[in-house]
Structure formats: structure tokens, C-alpha cells
Design a binder for this molecule. Structure first.
Ligand SMILES: [Zn+2]
Length: 460
């Protein structure tokens, strides 16, 4: 197949594969700024570093766009078995956990699938729910932590304990709510302690727990970092290439999200260097803030840039895309765009897959709700696996490979070039009616429907 962008592709890919810049940038993000968790000085320093990179590579209008959000600071958490034995169990609070002290009986919900909650619905009220981070193999979809937490709240639980499904990685973190304090306490423990509690219930019957959390919920300010490579002739026409830069406080967040963040930065570097004059519409590069605690940066971006959305042709989310997974495209239920992406991969002489899947747990989601065409880099054929070392303190720089960063940034730059150079690619926004239909029926949005149900109950 003929490749009209062959010479630009060769220049960009050749540069990426003969430079270590992408790994150097990842090293600064992880080793100099650590977790970049919302509300820390390192979060601000990371935002300024990314802004400086954008400027240095020749992008226009590089800036921090600030917004308010519900902040959260970790306090010490204590978990004790008070009966039938006296034993302390190491634990951590999950973001948006309130300060609380709870004394109650433990109940296990297993995988925390909808069926599990239905089966045990009459027994959850007033108890502390123990849920694995694993998804039931029978269900065929990944069940996010928030969905398990929210179903527990809806069933009247007093507190929530999240158990990592992976041995040897300690507790797995992740927020309980989006941009607001959580209604009941939620903590996390390691797989091994979860198994101990399960055995205790099997062998001794009733297990009584005492849980104390001391977290602080306060309002704060964060920042999206925004910069442009302007299109020639149609600068108001846009595509967005984005990833969040904040990680979780217990981790370097090297894979999630920083490996994806540096793909955005590397794509900016080579596109600015070689492809500037080929762009017919603007490529906007966005480093989103506070994704890990509720996609707040992306929601705020969509809110603040309303008037541009009719001209925003595609939002490409690179969240955590620099790991080992394939660099294909997962479209968010845009069947009509599949041939375009398949053709682009053929033209690039790659064998990358294109497919459809939707979920509400990363920065593309506010764009989806606004009807903007979107997709993310990844493997549409990947099953509903767990996070591995993700969201634990072991998501560290040493696990990210330069070859994966190069593969991801090459594909991101080449795809962005095509989306911005080809004016025949102009999908319209989705209508409010078809957005609503997907929100009500898409299997990938089951967790979002549970979140809405709880939100309605909390405001009632
Ligand atoms: Zn992420």
C-alpha cells in the first residue's frame, strides 16, 4: 500500500529510534518528581516541567490551566481484628476516604460481581465488606474498584476493604469517588492478609473488625498543561493528544500514567521538528491533572473548552500506553471510524489492531460524554486482566522499557500526523440521544450506571 507520509514517517521514526529523549523525560518525571500526586509540590513541578518541554520543542501557547477540585491527603489508617483473635493488619486508606472509626462484622463479597451483591444483599447492611480486586472469570468484563465500593455503599455497608489479587505487591490503591469525599471509609490490604481474613471467617465464623482512618478532605487547585502545534489553513480544527501526569501517592506511577505521558511529549518533539508544515489542523497536546482521583482535569478541560468541541475531530488518550501492550487503537464505539484507523495502520506498514470498547475510567470519558470522537492506544483484544503492579508502590521506572516507549511514540506521532493532515477525516460529534443510549446500554458503562445511581441516592 502506498504511504503518502513515507518521508515524514521515516524522519520522525528515525529520530525516535536514535534518541533516548523519551526515556530521559520519563526518568525526570519519575525520579525527580516521584508520584506527582495531587496536592503535592511535585505535582506542580511535573506540570511545569511538561510545560517547559512543550515550549522547548517549539509548541505554541504552552500554559498551565488551573481549576479547583476536591483534594485529599492520606492519614494513618489502622485495621484490627478484635474477635475471635487480637491482631493488627497493615492497611492504607484509599483516596477520598473520610476520617472515620468503624466497629463491625466482616463479610466477604468475593469478586464483587453484580451477582455476588445480589446473592448477599440482605446480609451486607451494617457490615464491613471485603472485596478482591480480581474480576469474576465468568463475567467477561473487568469490574472496577469503584463499582464494588459503590455497590457496597448502596447495600448499606459501614466500610470497604479492597484486597489486591496479586501476590507480593502489597496493597493496591485507587480512589473511592470522583472529585468528592467518599460516603464510607475504604481501605486496601495485600492479597496475603485478605486470604488470612477469608480463612478466619471460614474457620471461626464471625470476625469482628475495628477500623480507624484519619484522612483529610479539602478543596485545592490543580492544572492541565496545554500546548499547540497550529494547523495551517484551519487552525480552529483540532485533534487532542493527551495523557494524565498525576500518579498515586504510594507509587512512582512509571507505567500508569508516566509511560503514556512521555509518548505525548515525544510525539510533540518529532511532530514539531519534522511535520509542522504538513499539519492542516491543530494538534493540541494536553497533560491532564488529577485523573487518578476522578478525571477532574479532563472534566474541567471539556467544560472550559466547550466552544472548541465542534471542531475537535478526535481525542486520542495515551494513558499508560508506554508499557508492553500492543500499540493498536481502541475506539470508544465509533464503528464508522474503524476503516480509517485500519487503513492508517496498513499505510504505516504495521500489523496493529483496531477495535471497539468503552469504559469510564480514564480521561477520554468526559470527551465521550460531550460526544467528541475518541479512542485510546492499546490492545482491543486484551482480556479483562488485573493491574499487576499497577497502583502499587512497585510501579517503578525500572519496569518500563525504552523499546516500548519508542514503539508507542512512533505510532502516536504517525497517527497524530495523519489525523491532523487529512481534512477528509471529519467525523461529527455524537448526538445527545445516542450518547444517552450508550450510557444506558453499553456493557462497558455498567460501573458508570452504578455511580450515577449512588450519586442520585446521595443527593436525595
Ligand atoms: Zn492512568
Amino acid at each position: 500500500m502506498q504511504n503518502p507520509y513515507l518521508s515524514l514517517d521515516q524522519q520522525m521514526v528515525g529520530d525516535i529510534y536514535t534518541s533516548r529523549e523519551v526515556m530521559d523525560n520519563l526518568t525526570v518525571l519519575c525520579d525527580d518528581f516521584g508520584a506527582r500526586f495531587s496536592g503535592t509540590p511535585e505535582e506542580r513541578q511535573a506540570a511545569e516541567f511538561i510545560c517547559d518541554r512543550f515550549q522547548h520543542y517549539g509548541l505554541r501557547g504552552a500554559r498551565l490551566e488551573s481549576y479547583p477540585y476536591a483534594g485529599w491527603s492520606r492519614g494513618e489508617a489502622k485495621l484490627k481484628i478484635s474477635s475471635p483473635v487480637d491482631r493488627s493488619i497493615p492497611c492504607i486508606s484509599l483516596p477520598y476516604c473520610p476520617a472515620a472509626s468503624v466497629k463491625a462484622e466482616l463479610i466477604s463479597i468475593g469478586f464483587g460481581a453484580p451477582d455476588d451483591f445480589e446473592r448477599l444483599s440482605s446480609q451486607i447492611e451494617g457490615k464491613i465488606v471485603l472485596a478482591s480486586s480480581a474480576s469474576s472469570p465468568d463475567l467477561g468484563r473487568w469490574v472496577h474498584r469503584k463499582e464494588k465500593y459503590e455497590r457496597s455503599v448502596l447495600a448499606g455497608a459501614k466500610a470497604f476493604i479492597f484486597v489486591s489479587e496479586h501476590p507480593g505487591v502489597g496493597p493496591e490503591t485507587g480512589s473511592l469517588q470522583n472529585d468528592q469525599p467518599a460516603p464510607i471509609a475504604g481501605i486496601s490490604i495485600c492479597k496475603e492478609d485478605g486470604a488470612f481474613l477469608e480463612r478466619m471467617m471460614t474457620r471461626k465464623g464471625t470476625v469482628q473488625l475495628y477500623l480507624e482512618t484519619t484522612d483529610i478532605n479539602t478543596s485545592r487547585t490543580s492544572w492541565n498543561v496545554v500546548a499547540d502545534l497550529p494547523g495551517i489553513g484551519n487552525p480552529e480544527e483540532q485533534i487532542v493528544l493527551g495523557c494524565h501526569y498525576d500518579g498515586h501517592d504510594i507509587s512512582q506511577g512509571a507505567h500508569d500514567p508516566a509511560s503514556g505521558m512521555v509518548l505525548v511529549i515525544e510525539a510533540a518533539r518529532v511532530l514539531a521538528r519534522y511535520a509542522k508544515t504538513a499539519l492542516k489542523r491543530t494538534i493540541r497536546f494536553v497533560a491532564f491533572g488529577t485523573e487518578e482521583i476522578g478525571l477532574t482535569g479532563a472534566f474541567q478541560y471539556v467544560e472550559a473548552h466547550q466552544e472548541e468541541l465542534d471542531h475537535l475531530r478526535f481525542m486520542y488518550n495515551l494513558d499508560a500506553a508506554g508499557g508492553g501492550s500492543r500499540k493498536g487503537t481502541v475506539l470508544h464505539q465509533w464503528k464508522n471510524l474503524e476503516p480509517y484507523f485500519q487503513n492508517a495502520y496498513l499505510e504505516m506498514a504495521t500489523d496493529l489492531p483496531v477495535g471497539q470498547k468503552l469504559h469510564s475510567y480514564s480521561d477520554h470519558f468526559p470527551f465521550f460524554l460531550a460526544g467528541v470522537p475518541s479512542g485510546h492506544m492499546g490492545d482491543p483484544g486484551a482480556g479483562p486482566g488485573g493491574r499487576g503492579f499497577g497502583h502499587t508502590r512497585y510501579d517503578t521506572l525500572d519496569k518500563v522499557e525504552l523499546s516500548n516507549l519508542r514503539a508507542g511514540s512512533s505510532v502516536a506521532a504517525r497517527m497524530a500526523l495523519r489525523l491532523a493532515a487529512d481534512l477528509s477525516f471529519r467525523p461529527p460529534r455524537r448526538s445527545a440521544e445516542s450518547i444517552r443510549e450508550l450510557v444506558e446500554t453499553d456493557p462497558g458503562l455498567e460501573g458508570y450506571r452504578v455511580a450515577q445511581k449512588l450519586a442520585r441516592q446521595l443527593t436525595a
